[in-house]
Ligand binder design. Structure first.
Ligand SMILES: CC(C)(COP(=O)(O)OP(=O)(O)OC[C@H]1O[C@@H](n2cnc3c(N)ncnc32)[C@H](O)[C@@H]1OP(=O)(O)O)[C@@H](O)C(=O)NCCC(=O)NCCS
Length: 144
């Protein structure tokens, strides 16, 4: 995958990125992907990366560091080029950037019904922290 470039997200990537997330099964009715992108552009936007090949967006990863842990969301690789190392490369790029900020540990959430992602993260050295993932919505994205 030498003809492939990883670079920070730019506004012109929005529709291609949303389409990739939809193809990758990452969108949810309660998360408006365009609002998620707009929020990320206000906070550490340099940690939102895309992979581009021949002008096409073929991968994404959105990371953040809040001073204690690094977090990763929206990791996606185009279905046509999975199992060719791009997911690993995107995670490596994120790790380099988070380490440079002094981040000591990365956390992420994976849905239990996503064996591909669980297999992928296990291969990269991620282990089950035996924690329960809790969440509380502060802003509703869905209309009405
Ligand atoms: C998860 C995902 C990003 C992996 O991307 P990828 O580019 O295919 O991953 P890589 O080629 O870098 O894989 C690295 C290693 O992870 C492991 N791996 C990757 N996909 C796997 C799978 N489906 N099942 C088991 N192990 C897997 C393998 O050990 C692989 O090495 P190998 O190909 O030499 O066997 C991709 O499957 C994807 O976009 N899935 C849909 C979106 C998603 O679920 N994102 C994560 C949300 S938490």
């Amino acid at each position: 995958m030498t003809d492939l470039r990883v670079r920070p997200f730019e506004e012109r990537d929005t529709e291609a990125v949303v389409a990739l997330w939809e193809r990758s099964g990452l969108t949810r009715p309660w998360n408006d992907p365009r609002k998620d992108i707009a929020r990320k552009l206000r906070v550490q936007r340099e940690l939102f990366l895309v992979a581009e090949r021949d002008g096409e967006v073929v991968g994404t990863v959105m990371a953040g560091y809040e001073g204690h842990r690094g977090w990763v969301n929206y990791l996606a690789v185009d279905p046509s080029i999975r199992r060719a190392g791009l997911g690993r490369r995107l995670m490596d790029e994120v790790e380099v950037r988070l380490r440079a900020l002094g981040c000591p540990k990365l956390n992420l959430q994976v849905r239990r019904d996503n064996p591909a992602a669980l297999g992928f993260y296990a291969a990269l050295g991620y282990v089950d922290d035996a924690s329960v993932s809790l969440g509380k919505r502060l802003e509703r994205d869905e209309p009405g």
